[in-house]
Write a protein that binds this ligand. Sequence first.
Ligand SMILES: [Zn+2]
Length: 145
Amino acid sequence: MAIRCPDGCGEIISVNLDPRTGPAWRLFERAGAVTLYPSVWRETGCEAHFILWRDDLIWCDGLESPRWKDDELKRRVRSILPPRGAAHKHFEELAVQIDGIPWEVLWACNSLVADGVASSSVKGSRFGLAPDAPPTKSSIVDRRA
Ligand SMILES: [Zn+2]
């Protein structure tokens, strides 16, 4: 996949989508809109760093999307967070579990941390339920499984 660099420098960035040929990005299509994971970071030239999320461009100065809000996804992420005392899981792993877009699962996790429901570790990449989070129905089911 080739992308014209969005900062206007005119360069074409090639994005490898084939994991057999080395480090590759993953492309997610939802409702006709395209998301690329992880971010694209040009280490030379203009050094542009951005995310393509549902056909929208997000510059990586903050990694936060104020327009994003999805309570249903937050609920689903919360239901699969490792219980208190268990090892935290990487948000990519959580995304695979619910067939979610990794960015959105990360944002959901961050939002749960802000709510005091989840806690994070390893520079905010791994998540679990916060020690004082009230149990949910589905986490009880998880524990029995
Ligand atoms: Zn550029």
